[in-house]
Design a protein around this ligand. Structure first.
Ligand SMILES: O=C(O)CCC(=O)C(=O)O
Ligand SMILES: [Fe+2]
Length: 384
């Protein structure tokens, strides 16, 4: 395709899209007797599992839905400024990241700092929440087909999403299969550990609806999850309609081999997307240990308190400068720009971030000499 002239390329592309639109699968709504899945479900989408709302306890729905609504009414869900194809754009959905204390999740050049529900609470409440979460995760674990590993995944973060389509003026049309308006465009979930499943709880809320009766109206268009094989617009795409309270799972390597998108329905909707984020360079513990490494090269005179570098070896100085940059660009700037907005709901990160800034300032004095002219460096060494 790349070698075709533009006009011809555009036309052939349109034709293909129209053809694909005809064959793209639309899975019928979940009813009492579930319809047989389309043949492509098994052959091309075997990692996708739907767990209908009715298979989860009503009490669990009540708690999760109340929690999501509270987060929204308290203003905890915010649109992220992310980078897409060299452009800074706001996400259509409003988001918040919850997760294990000190964890972050990086996507589209933005680092999200996990709010932790365990903050400043009494021990007992913490314990209860932990147990509740474990119970929830157990109940939310996908049904396991025979022969599959039964160990439940240890999700470390959940990205919450909310969107009220009535409040969004411009939503992009799904470009390949004519599936309709997208709340989230085609993507893979980034920065997950290999084979990480993604478990999603979907909840459409009454926000924005005058009459609750309209809720069940047949006219109301449903939210759907779109799936397609990555880099392939010939295999039919799949649009999975969701009812409020349904869960779906992307298992095995489905998130890698396929892309997914979220197709907006008429009403407002929340989703809670549970993931096992790859956090080897994404925890507070990690970046603190990097700071300790860099600051090991800083000597302090016990009498005067004056700072000096222990080693001036180029490799050591370069290592220190790398860490200085990492703290500044991956953590401090990301926090001031993105994470700090959540401080009024969760102050977990405030203290650690002040300490990281203090370390960064010390490193600033250490890497300063790198930017000096050679004679200035010599002066500094001779002053030692
Ligand atoms: O809302 C959903 O069902 C999925 C959202 C999603 O794909 C994401 O947050 O990465
Ligand atoms: Fe996603």
């Amino acid at each position: 395709l790349c070698f075709e002239p533009k006009k011809k390329k555009e036309m052939s592309q349109k034709k293909k899209i129209a053809l694909i639109a005809l064959v793209s699968i639309v899975v019928p709504l979940c009813s009492a007797i579930p319809p047989p899945p389309p043949p492509q479900w098994d052959s091309s989408y075997s990692g996708l599992v739907l767990r209908p709302s009715c298979s989860l306890p009503t009490e669990l729905h009540g708690r999760v839905q109340a929690a999501l609504s509270t987060l929204r009414t308290k203003g905890c869900l915010l649109r992220d400024l992310v980078r897409v194809r060299d452009r800074d754009v706001f996400t259509s959905v409003s988001r918040a990241l919850l997760g294990q204390p000190g964890h972050t999740y990086r996507y589209l050049d933005t680092r999200l700092f996990a709010g932790s529900p365990h903050e400043e609470e009494e021990e007992q409440e913490e314990q209860e929440e932990q147990e509740e979460q474990e119970e929830q995760e157990e109940q939310a674990a996908p049904p396991t087909p025979p022969g599959r590993c039964t160990v439940p995944p240890q999700f470390n973060v959940t990205l919450l999403n909310f969107m009220d389509p009535a409040a969004m003026r411009h939503l992009k049309e799904e470009p390949y299969y004519g599936m309709g308006k997208m709340a989230v465009g085609w993507h893979h979930d980034e920065n997950l550990i290999a084979q990480s499943p993604v478990a999603v709880y979907s909840y459409k809320s009454c926000v924005g609806w005058k009459e609750e009766g309209e809720w069940d109206s047949k006219e109301v268009s449903r939210w759907r999850i779109g799936l397609k094989v990555a880099w392939d617009i010939y295999t039919p795409g799949l649009a999975l309609p969701l009812q409020s309270g349904d869960c779906y799972y992307m298992r095995d390597d489905l998130n890698t081999t396929h892309q997914h998108c979220v197709l907006a329905g008429d009403n407002a909707r929340f989703s809670s997307t549970h993931r096992v984020a790859e956090c080897s360079k994404g925890t507070l513990e990690y970046i603190q240990s990097r700071c300790t490494e860099a600051l090991a090269n800083l000597g302090v005179d016990p009498e005067s308190g004056a700072h000096s570098l222990r080693s001036l070896l180029p490799l050591t100085l370069k290592h220190c400068e790398d860490i200085h940059n990492e703290v500044e660009f991956e953590w401090l700037r990301q926090y001031w720009f993105q994470g700090q907005r959540y401080t009024r709901f969760c102050s977990w990160w405030s203290g650690p971030m002040e300490l990281l800034e203090r370390d960064w300032k010390l490193m600033e004095t250490m890497v300063g000499p790198l930017h000096m002219a050679p004679w200035q460096k010599l002066e500094m060494v001779s002053n030692k």
